[in-house]
Design a protein around this ligand. Structure first.
Ligand code: GA4
Length: 333
Protein backbone atom coordinates (compact mmCIF):
# COMPACT_ATOMS: atom_id res chain seq x y z
CA UNK A 1 0.00 0.00 0.00
CA UNK A 2 1.23 3.48 -0.75
CA UNK A 3 1.32 5.70 2.32
CA UNK A 4 2.08 9.27 1.50
CA UNK A 5 1.75 12.42 3.47
CA UNK A 6 -0.41 14.96 1.63
CA UNK A 7 1.90 17.72 0.37
CA UNK A 8 0.61 21.05 1.64
CA UNK A 9 1.76 22.79 -1.53
CA UNK A 10 -0.95 21.08 -3.60
CA UNK A 11 -3.55 23.18 -1.79
CA UNK A 12 -4.10 25.62 -4.67
CA UNK A 13 -6.80 23.49 -6.28
CA UNK A 14 -8.62 26.28 -8.19
CA UNK A 15 -5.61 26.41 -10.50
CA UNK A 16 -6.02 22.82 -11.50
CA UNK A 17 -8.23 21.91 -14.46
CA UNK A 18 -11.35 19.79 -14.21
CA UNK A 19 -13.25 17.74 -16.77
CA UNK A 20 -16.63 16.12 -17.32
CA UNK A 21 -16.66 12.39 -17.86
CA UNK A 22 -17.44 10.92 -21.29
CA UNK A 23 -16.50 7.41 -20.38
CA UNK A 24 -16.55 4.45 -22.72
CA UNK A 25 -17.79 1.49 -20.67
CA UNK A 26 -17.64 -1.08 -23.48
CA UNK A 27 -14.15 -1.01 -25.00
CA UNK A 28 -11.34 -2.95 -23.34
CA UNK A 29 -7.61 -2.45 -23.24
CA UNK A 30 -5.78 -5.22 -25.18
CA UNK A 31 -3.78 -7.51 -22.89
CA UNK A 32 -0.72 -9.17 -24.42
CA UNK A 33 1.29 -12.03 -22.93
CA UNK A 34 4.82 -11.35 -24.15
CA UNK A 35 5.63 -15.05 -23.91
CA UNK A 36 2.80 -16.15 -26.20
CA UNK A 37 3.59 -17.25 -29.78
CA UNK A 38 1.11 -14.79 -31.32
CA UNK A 39 2.41 -11.80 -29.30
CA UNK A 40 4.04 -10.19 -32.38
CA UNK A 41 0.85 -9.91 -34.40
CA UNK A 42 -1.18 -8.89 -31.33
CA UNK A 43 1.32 -6.11 -30.54
CA UNK A 44 1.01 -4.75 -34.08
CA UNK A 45 -2.80 -4.94 -33.95
CA UNK A 46 -2.94 -3.13 -30.59
CA UNK A 47 -0.53 -0.42 -31.82
CA UNK A 48 -2.71 0.14 -34.90
CA UNK A 49 -6.06 0.10 -33.13
CA UNK A 50 -5.31 1.72 -29.76
CA UNK A 51 -1.67 2.86 -29.68
CA UNK A 52 -1.85 1.29 -26.24
CA UNK A 53 -1.86 -2.12 -24.56
CA UNK A 54 -1.13 -3.91 -21.32
CA UNK A 55 1.68 -6.47 -21.09
CA UNK A 56 1.84 -9.45 -18.78
CA UNK A 57 4.77 -11.86 -18.53
CA UNK A 58 6.95 -8.81 -18.99
CA UNK A 59 10.11 -10.17 -17.38
CA UNK A 60 10.81 -7.11 -15.20
CA UNK A 61 11.82 -8.51 -11.78
CA UNK A 62 9.19 -7.73 -9.14
CA UNK A 63 11.85 -6.83 -6.58
CA UNK A 64 13.11 -4.03 -8.90
CA UNK A 65 9.57 -2.67 -9.05
CA UNK A 66 8.89 -2.85 -5.31
CA UNK A 67 12.32 -1.37 -4.44
CA UNK A 68 11.73 1.58 -6.71
CA UNK A 69 8.20 2.04 -5.43
CA UNK A 70 9.58 2.19 -1.88
CA UNK A 71 12.22 4.73 -2.92
CA UNK A 72 9.59 6.82 -4.72
CA UNK A 73 7.45 6.89 -1.57
CA UNK A 74 10.50 7.96 0.46
CA UNK A 75 11.20 10.71 -2.02
CA UNK A 76 7.65 12.13 -2.12
CA UNK A 77 7.48 11.95 1.69
CA UNK A 78 10.50 14.27 2.02
CA UNK A 79 9.87 17.85 3.06
CA UNK A 80 9.25 20.35 0.24
CA UNK A 81 12.69 21.85 0.79
CA UNK A 82 14.36 18.43 0.53
CA UNK A 83 12.42 17.55 -2.64
CA UNK A 84 13.46 20.92 -4.07
CA UNK A 85 17.09 19.73 -3.87
CA UNK A 86 16.35 17.89 -7.15
CA UNK A 87 16.14 21.34 -8.77
CA UNK A 88 13.20 22.88 -10.61
CA UNK A 89 12.35 20.99 -13.80
CA UNK A 90 14.24 22.44 -16.75
CA UNK A 91 13.23 19.95 -18.00
CA UNK A 92 14.62 17.57 -15.36
CA UNK A 93 14.01 17.99 -11.64
CA UNK A 94 11.19 18.07 -9.08
CA UNK A 95 7.93 19.68 -10.13
CA UNK A 96 4.68 20.35 -8.35
CA UNK A 97 1.50 21.23 -10.24
CA UNK A 98 3.36 22.99 -13.09
CA UNK A 99 3.94 20.62 -16.03
CA UNK A 100 6.38 21.73 -18.73
CA UNK A 101 7.38 25.34 -19.36
CA UNK A 102 4.14 26.67 -20.91
CA UNK A 103 1.63 27.08 -18.10
CA UNK A 104 0.12 23.59 -17.87
CA UNK A 105 -1.09 22.65 -14.40
CA UNK A 106 -2.13 19.32 -12.86
CA UNK A 107 -2.99 17.76 -9.49
CA UNK A 108 0.42 16.09 -9.39
CA UNK A 109 3.96 16.27 -8.11
CA UNK A 110 6.76 14.54 -9.96
CA UNK A 111 10.43 13.83 -10.42
CA UNK A 112 11.55 13.94 -14.05
CA UNK A 113 14.96 12.49 -14.87
CA UNK A 114 17.18 11.75 -17.82
CA UNK A 115 17.61 7.97 -18.11
CA UNK A 116 21.38 8.47 -18.26
CA UNK A 117 23.02 6.70 -15.25
CA UNK A 118 25.50 9.54 -14.69
CA UNK A 119 22.66 12.03 -14.47
CA UNK A 120 20.82 9.75 -12.04
CA UNK A 121 23.88 9.40 -9.77
CA UNK A 122 24.38 13.14 -9.78
CA UNK A 123 20.79 14.06 -8.91
CA UNK A 124 20.68 11.30 -6.25
CA UNK A 125 23.72 12.89 -4.61
CA UNK A 126 21.89 16.23 -4.49
CA UNK A 127 18.73 14.72 -2.96
CA UNK A 128 20.27 12.14 -0.62
CA UNK A 129 23.83 13.41 0.02
CA UNK A 130 24.47 10.81 2.74
CA UNK A 131 23.28 7.66 0.95
CA UNK A 132 22.73 8.42 -2.76
CA UNK A 133 23.37 4.83 -3.96
CA UNK A 134 20.13 3.30 -2.66
CA UNK A 135 18.06 5.73 -4.71
CA UNK A 136 20.26 5.75 -7.82
CA UNK A 137 20.63 1.94 -7.90
CA UNK A 138 16.88 1.42 -7.55
CA UNK A 139 16.26 3.75 -10.50
CA UNK A 140 19.05 2.51 -12.78
CA UNK A 141 18.29 -1.19 -12.28
CA UNK A 142 14.60 -0.54 -12.90
CA UNK A 143 15.29 1.50 -16.04
CA UNK A 144 17.60 -1.11 -17.56
CA UNK A 145 15.06 -3.91 -16.98
CA UNK A 146 12.20 -1.83 -18.39
CA UNK A 147 14.31 -0.71 -21.36
CA UNK A 148 14.99 -4.37 -22.10
CA UNK A 149 11.26 -5.11 -22.07
CA UNK A 150 10.52 -2.06 -24.27
CA UNK A 151 13.19 -3.27 -26.74
CA UNK A 152 11.60 -6.72 -26.77
CA UNK A 153 8.27 -5.08 -27.63
CA UNK A 154 9.91 -3.01 -30.40
CA UNK A 155 11.54 -6.14 -31.83
CA UNK A 156 8.13 -7.78 -31.88
CA UNK A 157 6.83 -4.72 -33.72
CA UNK A 158 9.57 -5.10 -36.36
CA UNK A 159 8.85 -8.81 -36.75
CA UNK A 160 5.08 -8.31 -36.77
CA UNK A 161 5.52 -5.74 -39.55
CA UNK A 162 7.73 -8.19 -41.49
CA UNK A 163 10.79 -5.97 -41.26
CA UNK A 164 13.96 -8.00 -41.72
CA UNK A 165 16.18 -5.88 -39.47
CA UNK A 166 14.75 -6.92 -36.12
CA UNK A 167 16.51 -4.16 -34.14
CA UNK A 168 15.56 -1.33 -36.51
CA UNK A 169 13.63 0.38 -33.66
CA UNK A 170 15.11 -1.15 -30.51
CA UNK A 171 18.65 -0.03 -31.47
CA UNK A 172 17.52 3.57 -30.90
CA UNK A 173 16.77 2.89 -27.22
CA UNK A 174 19.94 0.83 -26.83
CA UNK A 175 22.19 3.48 -28.38
CA UNK A 176 24.40 5.08 -25.74
CA UNK A 177 23.26 8.48 -27.00
CA UNK A 178 19.57 7.51 -26.69
CA UNK A 179 17.62 10.49 -25.33
CA UNK A 180 15.31 8.58 -23.00
CA UNK A 181 13.83 9.86 -19.78
CA UNK A 182 12.08 8.64 -16.68
CA UNK A 183 9.31 10.08 -14.56
CA UNK A 184 7.94 9.35 -11.09
CA UNK A 185 4.46 10.83 -10.60
CA UNK A 186 2.54 11.18 -7.35
CA UNK A 187 -1.14 12.10 -7.58
CA UNK A 188 -2.44 12.86 -4.08
CA UNK A 189 -6.10 12.02 -3.46
CA UNK A 190 -8.41 14.82 -4.44
CA UNK A 191 -10.39 15.72 -1.28
CA UNK A 192 -14.07 14.92 -1.88
CA UNK A 193 -15.21 18.39 -0.76
CA UNK A 194 -13.15 19.86 -3.60
CA UNK A 195 -14.72 17.49 -6.09
CA UNK A 196 -18.17 18.32 -4.71
CA UNK A 197 -17.43 22.03 -5.01
CA UNK A 198 -16.59 21.82 -8.69
CA UNK A 199 -18.92 18.89 -9.47
CA UNK A 200 -16.20 17.63 -11.79
CA UNK A 201 -13.12 15.47 -11.79
CA UNK A 202 -9.79 17.13 -11.14
CA UNK A 203 -7.17 16.56 -13.83
CA UNK A 204 -4.01 14.98 -12.45
CA UNK A 205 -2.09 15.15 -15.74
CA UNK A 206 -3.78 16.74 -18.73
CA UNK A 207 -4.38 15.02 -22.05
CA UNK A 208 -1.34 14.67 -24.28
CA UNK A 209 0.60 12.30 -26.49
CA UNK A 210 4.16 11.26 -25.69
CA UNK A 211 6.72 12.67 -28.15
CA UNK A 212 9.14 9.70 -27.90
CA UNK A 213 9.05 6.26 -29.60
CA UNK A 214 7.51 4.20 -26.85
CA UNK A 215 6.63 4.62 -23.16
CA UNK A 216 6.29 1.90 -20.51
CA UNK A 217 4.09 2.86 -17.57
CA UNK A 218 3.64 1.05 -14.29
CA UNK A 219 1.40 2.31 -11.50
CA UNK A 220 0.20 1.23 -8.11
CA UNK A 221 -3.33 -0.11 -7.80
CA UNK A 222 -5.03 3.29 -7.97
CA UNK A 223 -7.16 4.16 -11.01
CA UNK A 224 -6.98 7.44 -12.93
CA UNK A 225 -5.35 6.71 -16.29
CA UNK A 226 -7.58 7.15 -19.34
CA UNK A 227 -6.88 6.76 -23.04
CA UNK A 228 -8.70 8.53 -25.86
CA UNK A 229 -10.36 6.24 -28.37
CA UNK A 230 -10.91 6.83 -32.07
CA UNK A 231 -14.69 7.15 -31.44
CA UNK A 232 -14.05 10.26 -29.34
CA UNK A 233 -14.64 8.69 -25.91
CA UNK A 234 -12.29 8.20 -22.99
CA UNK A 235 -11.56 4.70 -21.76
CA UNK A 236 -10.65 4.32 -18.07
CA UNK A 237 -7.77 1.88 -17.74
CA UNK A 238 -8.24 -0.47 -14.77
CA UNK A 239 -5.05 -0.25 -12.69
CA UNK A 240 -2.85 -3.33 -12.39
CA UNK A 241 0.34 -3.08 -10.39
CA UNK A 242 1.65 -6.39 -11.76
CA UNK A 243 1.60 -5.29 -15.40
CA UNK A 244 3.03 -2.62 -17.66
CA UNK A 245 1.14 -0.39 -20.04
CA UNK A 246 2.78 0.37 -23.36
CA UNK A 247 2.08 3.70 -25.04
CA UNK A 248 2.87 4.44 -28.70
CA UNK A 249 4.63 7.80 -28.99
CA UNK A 250 4.59 10.41 -31.80
CA UNK A 251 7.97 9.25 -33.15
CA UNK A 252 6.71 5.69 -33.67
CA UNK A 253 3.66 7.08 -35.44
CA UNK A 254 6.01 8.84 -37.88
CA UNK A 255 8.34 5.84 -38.26
CA UNK A 256 5.37 3.68 -39.26
CA UNK A 257 4.09 6.45 -41.57
CA UNK A 258 0.86 6.71 -39.60
CA UNK A 259 0.13 2.97 -39.39
CA UNK A 260 0.46 3.24 -35.61
CA UNK A 261 -1.21 6.11 -33.76
CA UNK A 262 0.31 7.86 -30.78
CA UNK A 263 -2.42 7.68 -28.17
CA UNK A 264 -3.81 10.68 -26.33
CA UNK A 265 -3.99 9.90 -22.61
CA UNK A 266 -4.57 11.70 -19.32
CA UNK A 267 -4.83 11.03 -15.58
CA UNK A 268 -7.77 12.04 -13.37
CA UNK A 269 -7.30 12.51 -9.63
CA UNK A 270 -8.93 9.88 -7.41
CA UNK A 271 -10.84 10.94 -4.33
CA UNK A 272 -9.56 8.47 -1.77
CA UNK A 273 -6.21 6.98 -2.78
CA UNK A 274 -2.87 8.32 -3.90
CA UNK A 275 -1.76 7.21 -7.35
CA UNK A 276 1.91 6.64 -8.04
CA UNK A 277 3.28 5.91 -11.47
CA UNK A 278 6.71 5.34 -12.95
CA UNK A 279 7.18 5.84 -16.67
CA UNK A 280 10.12 5.12 -18.93
CA UNK A 281 10.05 7.16 -22.15
CA UNK A 282 12.22 5.52 -24.81
CA UNK A 283 13.62 8.13 -27.18
CA UNK A 284 16.20 8.09 -29.99
CA UNK A 285 19.58 9.89 -30.05
CA UNK A 286 19.16 13.66 -30.65
CA UNK A 287 20.61 13.59 -34.21
CA UNK A 288 18.47 10.67 -35.37
CA UNK A 289 16.20 11.42 -38.32
CA UNK A 290 12.59 10.63 -37.45
CA UNK A 291 11.15 9.35 -40.71
CA UNK A 292 9.12 6.39 -41.98
CA UNK A 293 11.16 3.17 -42.01
CA UNK A 294 12.14 2.58 -45.68
CA UNK A 295 11.60 -1.18 -45.27
CA UNK A 296 7.96 -0.52 -44.41
CA UNK A 297 7.07 1.73 -47.29
CA UNK A 298 5.11 0.24 -50.14
CA UNK A 299 5.81 1.05 -53.79
CA UNK A 300 4.91 4.68 -54.44
CA UNK A 301 4.05 5.37 -50.78
CA UNK A 302 5.11 8.82 -49.68
CA UNK A 303 5.99 10.08 -46.25
CA UNK A 304 3.13 11.87 -44.50
CA UNK A 305 5.71 13.98 -42.66
CA UNK A 306 8.42 16.53 -43.35
CA UNK A 307 11.98 15.52 -42.46
CA UNK A 308 13.10 16.29 -38.92
CA UNK A 309 15.47 15.06 -36.24
CA UNK A 310 14.49 14.03 -32.72
CA UNK A 311 16.25 17.15 -31.45
CA UNK A 312 14.08 19.38 -33.65
CA UNK A 313 10.91 17.58 -32.60
CA UNK A 314 11.78 17.77 -28.91
CA UNK A 315 12.52 21.49 -29.20
CA UNK A 316 9.11 22.04 -30.82
CA UNK A 317 7.43 19.87 -28.15
CA UNK A 318 8.88 21.94 -25.33
CA UNK A 319 7.54 25.10 -26.97
CA UNK A 320 4.02 23.66 -27.09
CA UNK A 321 1.20 23.31 -24.58
CA UNK A 322 0.69 19.82 -23.22
CA UNK A 323 -2.56 19.07 -25.05
CA UNK A 324 -1.77 20.27 -28.57
CA UNK A 325 -1.27 18.00 -31.56
CA UNK A 326 2.46 18.54 -32.00
CA UNK A 327 2.82 16.33 -35.05
CA UNK A 328 0.58 18.69 -37.05
CA UNK A 329 3.53 21.04 -37.45
CA UNK A 330 5.49 18.31 -39.20
CA UNK A 331 2.79 16.93 -41.49
CA UNK A 332 3.19 17.33 -45.25
CA UNK A 333 0.41 19.33 -46.78
C1 GA4 B 1 4.84 14.45 -22.24
C2 GA4 B 1 5.55 13.09 -22.05
C3 GA4 B 1 6.62 13.14 -20.94
O1 GA4 B 1 5.99 13.14 -19.65
C4 GA4 B 1 7.50 14.40 -21.06
C5 GA4 B 1 6.59 15.61 -20.91
C6 GA4 B 1 7.25 17.00 -20.92
C7 GA4 B 1 7.51 17.49 -19.48
O2 GA4 B 1 6.76 17.18 -18.56
O3 GA4 B 1 8.48 18.24 -19.33
C8 GA4 B 1 6.31 17.91 -21.72
C9 GA4 B 1 5.29 16.95 -22.42
C10 GA4 B 1 5.88 15.57 -22.23
C11 GA4 B 1 5.11 17.32 -23.92
C12 GA4 B 1 5.01 18.84 -24.20
C13 GA4 B 1 5.91 19.67 -23.26
C14 GA4 B 1 7.03 18.78 -22.75
C15 GA4 B 1 5.55 18.98 -20.94
C16 GA4 B 1 5.15 19.94 -22.02
C17 GA4 B 1 4.20 20.83 -21.88
C18 GA4 B 1 8.67 14.34 -20.08
C19 GA4 B 1 7.92 14.58 -22.48
O4 GA4 B 1 8.96 14.19 -23.01
O5 GA4 B 1 6.98 15.31 -23.17
Amino acid sequence: MVVLAQPAALDGFPLVKTCRLTNNFFAQVPIIDLASPDAKSLVVKACQEFGFFKVVNHGVPTNFISKLEGEAINFFNLTQSDKAKAGTPSPYGYGIKAIGPNGDIGWVEYLLLSANPQFISQISRSIFPEHPETFSCAITSYISAVRKMACQVLEMVAQGLNIEQRNVLSRLLEDEKSDSCFRLNHYPPCPSELRALSGRNLIGFGEHTDPQIISALRSNNTAGLQIFLSDGTWLSVPPDDNSFFIIVGDSLQVMTNGRFKSVKHRVLAESTKARMSMIYFGGPPPCEKIAPLPSLMEDGEESLYKEFTWWEYKEAAYKSRLGVNRLCLFERS
